[in-house]
Design a protein around this ligand. Structure first.
Ligand code: V47
Ligand code: SF4
Length: 384
């Protein structure tokens, strides 16, 4: 729909309040909405109204394209010095027998398993192990690159990096420089959780602060390492907390333009200390994607992490602002399966992922980590 047709549709819609109409006007005319307006959208915007706005922004930025990439995950360990209340995955060092610790050789075997398979990215994230330090991981990355020189290494959340730098007694800049020199290309978006300091203290007590998370990403961007950003939602936060979180990211993006994508992560409540907190509904998930798309006007992409929300909601999300459904993953990403994700053994072949996108009338585009087009699958009839 054009801006004009959207504007006239709204003008005549008597059931939409003037307050919402004025926000819609801003969106259709390309203006940024304020923090207050973001909260109003969450509180008063009905799902279909939000969907029209979010889809307008989504199609303006990314047309009919839906991105995915071919990647695999390495989770070095689930031993963690922290004890986030929402985490179902981590084990303390004293519970070592319930956890895992991969050796460098075991991790390199995972890389070798993909010999001859055209993956473009390896995603390395795990618990914060007290004995796996900066130089250990720098060596790992160097060896990964020796096996697969062209692969993009997206590794370590700001939480893991903050701990590594502290232990090694180096600044964020020095630590990231060492990892970059050993072959790390970018940072994933994890560890952001919710930036509000009061809530963060309650659910993610002693790990790096919001300020430190943002500083790590700012430093990475200054070194030419792009990153992603996440937000854990649907737990004890309210709408103001969500918009505050997004606003801090929007402000940093204005400064650095180093974020590739924003990934809302739905809180799952199985097997953790917050199992008493009910999970958000699918309607809430879609509202959250839509408001994220509308509010985060300087982020090019909004990603739905399909193993977490499941294939059907991932398909629906493509009409509510999402333009990326992450990767074809055929190993077990345990951080979600242990928390009760929709997909217990997340695995989709490229053919299945392409079909999932085509089924809802969008164009499947395989991308690399920084959104270069690897292959346009929209015209493919026989898929590999
Ligand atoms: O920071 C942990 C989340 C994150 C639960 O950058 C949970 O491309 C829901 O950040 N319910 C780590 N979420 C994973 C992550 C990620 C995932 C996919 C792609 C990218 C990317 C990054 O997982 C943690 C935390 O927010 N998490 N436990 C749970 N119970
Ligand atoms: Fe450790 Fe990350 Fe789990 Fe927190 S979310 S306990 S930092 S693995």
């Amino acid at each position: 729909m054009t801006t004009e047709s959207n504007n006239s549709l709204l003008k005549n819609a008597t059931y939409i309040s003037n307050e919402l109409k004025s926000i819609a006007n801003k969106v259709f005319n390309g203006y940024r909405i304020s923090v207050e307006e973001g909260i109003t959208l969450f509180e008063k915007g009905e799902l279909n109204f939000l969907g029209i706005l979010a889809n307008f922004v989504r199609e303006k930025k990314n047309g009919n394209d839906v991105y995915f990439n071919r990647n695999f995950h390495i989770e070095p360990t689930n031993i963690c010095v922290f004890d986030c209340k929402f985490c179902s995955y981590s084990r303390l060092l004293k519970q070592k027998e319930e956890g895992w610790e991969l050796t460098i050789e075991q991790m390199l075997d995972i890389v070798r398993k993909y010999d001859g398979i055209p993956v473009t990215e390896v995603h390395i994230v795990g618990g914060v192990h007290p004995k796996m330090g900066l130089m250990y991981f720098a060596e790992l990355i160097k060896k990964v690159k020796e096996i697969r020189p062209e692969i993009h290494v997206k590794a370590f959340t700001a939480v893991e990096l903050d701990y590594m730098c502290r232990k090694a007694k180096v600044s964020y800049k020095e630590g990231l420089r060492i990892l970059k020199d050993h072959g790390q290309d970018s940072l994933p978006g994890g560890g952001a959780e919710i930036f509000d300091e009061v809530l963060r203290a309650q659910i993610a007590g002693d790990k790096c602060t919001s300020k430190e998370w943002l500083e790590m990403h700012e430093t990475a961007h200054s070194l030419g390492m792009p990153s992603n950003a996440t937000m854990l939602y649907g737990h004890i936060e309210n709408y103001s907390h969500r918009i505050d979180h997004m606003n801090r990211l929007r402000e940093l993006q204005d400064k650095t333009n180093g974020f590739n994508t924003f990934i809302p992560l739905k809180f799952r409540n199985q097997g953790n200390q917050m199992s008493n907190v009910p999970e958000a509904s699918v309607i809430e998930d879609l509202k959250n994607y839509a408001v994220s798309r509308i509010f985060m006007d300087n982020f090019n992409h909004i990603k739905a992490y399909w193993p977490m929300i499941g294939r059907s909601t991932a398909q629906l999300s493509l009409n509510y602002g999402v333009d990326d459904i992450d990767g074809t993953i055929d190993d077990s990403t345990k951080i979600y399966s242990m928390a009760g994700s929709e997909e217990q053994n997340p695995s989709l072949t490229t053919t299945e992922l392409v079909e999932l996108i085509k089924q809802v009338g969008r164009r499947p585009i395989e991308r690399d980590t920084i959104y270069n087009v690897v292959k346009d699958y929209s015209q493919e009839s026989v898929l590999n």
